[in-house]
Design a protein around this ligand. Structure first.
Ligand SMILES: [Zn+2]
Length: 83
């Protein structure tokens, strides 16, 4: 059985469900808040078979991908010889 990843549009949490292909994904509910507004992301089962990276890793890394945005405000470290 494949794994399905969902993102809840109400509470923005992500969760993974083990579901058979016959399950109606329209009726999947968020396991955190019970909302039915869940967005199906992709099947990890299928992505393994295809051997392709998820959309997460195929797009270029941007500032938004870094959890700590303060790293961009820090001065660039210099070598001691440059001081
Ligand atoms: Zn939710």
């Amino acid at each position: 059985m494949p794994l399905y990843e969902y993102t809840c549009e109400d509470c923005q949490k992500e969760f993974t469900l083990l579901q058979s292909a016959s399950v109606n994904k329209e009726e999947t509910t968020c396991e955190f808040c019970g909302s039915t507004k869940v967005a199906h992301k992709f099947s990890t089962f299928a992505s393994k078979v295809q051997g392709s990276p998820s959309s997460r890793s195929s797009k270029p890394v941007t500032e938004k991908d870094y959890p700590n945005k303060d790293v961009f405000k820090l001065p660039i470290p210099r070598l001691r010889s440059e001081l």
